[in-house]
Design a protein around this ligand. Structure first.
Ligand SMILES: N[C@@H](CCC(=O)N[C@@H](CS)C(=O)NCC(=O)O)C(=O)O
Length: 286
């Protein structure tokens, strides 16, 4: 459980927050996953938007809550929890109905969630190449250096995750997402979706007869990758139908509505990439 220690939390006001509070961003995949989970559970929560587009996640205030500089963050009765899958595993125990990590498949579910989390940087790479143009998605050098300089701990020790984040954004500033990196990421998803497609044969949800956190997690990835131009209908038709059925549900659809200007930006990016022959399908040979 990624619950922060008291000594990790420098923004002390959150210790007084009672109830369920979520620091999140509308367009962040992990935040969307968490909000859908809260909707399905019917949990009342207090929103605290953190604007990733203006890099509020690198302000000393936010870094004093999550030194990792990432959303979502849950504050529950003054306790701070980071890492979306840990947050959701925690909430599933505190608010057990409806159970979204069933007891009988708990270990398997946690294993599948680790595999999903391991693909997060690949999802980010494909987002930064095929959903958001670089001039909008790049971090300001000032924000990155505040992030680097603001020293914090997770579990009482300096957080190694921060180096990974810094390396990602510096590489991105230097060279964007190369064809090779995009292809490697797309191939990992193709493999993962092959396994999910097989799992879904003959059952309505990924873990069987009822909706689980695994469905919510992969719904979010599927939504983002669809935005990137991943050809689900052609490559993984069963997953494509499963995705459309979930998208029909309000608890899901309301959390993934991109504002019209963002949709226009992605459409413009795709138009340019179509002319240059550099769409996801072309680059990764899907
Ligand atoms: N493993 C983390 C990943 C969190 C993460 O990478 N969050 C993204 C949004 S989906 C973020 O905050 N990015 C910071 C940024 O874009 O500056 C989790 O599951 O919570």
């Amino acid at each position: 459980m990624a619950r922060l220690l008291d000594e990790d939390i420098k923004t002390r006001e959150v210790l007084d927050w009672q109830g369920v509070h979520l620091l999140h961003f509308a367009g962040s995949a992990c935040s969307q996953k968490t909000r859908i989970f809260l909707n399905v559970k019917g949990i009342d929560w207090v929103p605290h938007p953190v604007n990733l587009a203006t890099q509020q996640n690198y302000t000393p205030w936010f870094l004093g809550i999550n030194p990792r500089g990432l959303v979502p963050v849950l504050v529950h009765d003054g306790a701070v929890h980071i890492e979306s899958n840990d947050i959701l595993a925690y909430l599933d125990q505190v608010f057990p109905a409806p159970q979204l990590i069933p007891d009988v498949t708990r270990q398997e579910t946690l294993g599948l969630l680790r595999e999903e989390d391991d693909l997060h940087l690949d999802l980010r790479a494909l987002t930064m190449r095929f959903v958001m143009p670089k001039f909008l998605a790049s971090k300001k050098p000032d924000s990155l250096s505040t992030y680097e300089r603001t020293l914090g701990t997770v579990g009482g020790v300096p957080d190694p995750r921060k180096e990974i984040e810094l390396a990602f954004w510096r590489d991105y500033a230097r060279q964007g997402i190369s064809d090779e990196a995009a292809t490697a990421a797309a191939r990992k998803f193709q493999k993962a979706y092959g396994a999910l497609e097989a799992r879904l044969q003959g059952q309505p949800y990924l873990m069987g007869e009822s909706l689980s956190l695994i469905d919510i997690a992969w719904f979010i990835y599927t939504h983002r990758l669809s935005d990137a131009g991943y050809p689900f209908e052609r490559l993984h038709p069963v997953m494509h139908r499963w995705y459309l059925a979930l998208l029909d549900r309000e608890e899901f659809s309301q959390e993934v509505q991109a504002p019209p200007p963002f949709r226009l930006v992605t459409r413009g990016l795709h138009a340019v990439q179509a002319v240059r022959g550099s769409s996801l399908v072309r680059v990764a040979g899907l």
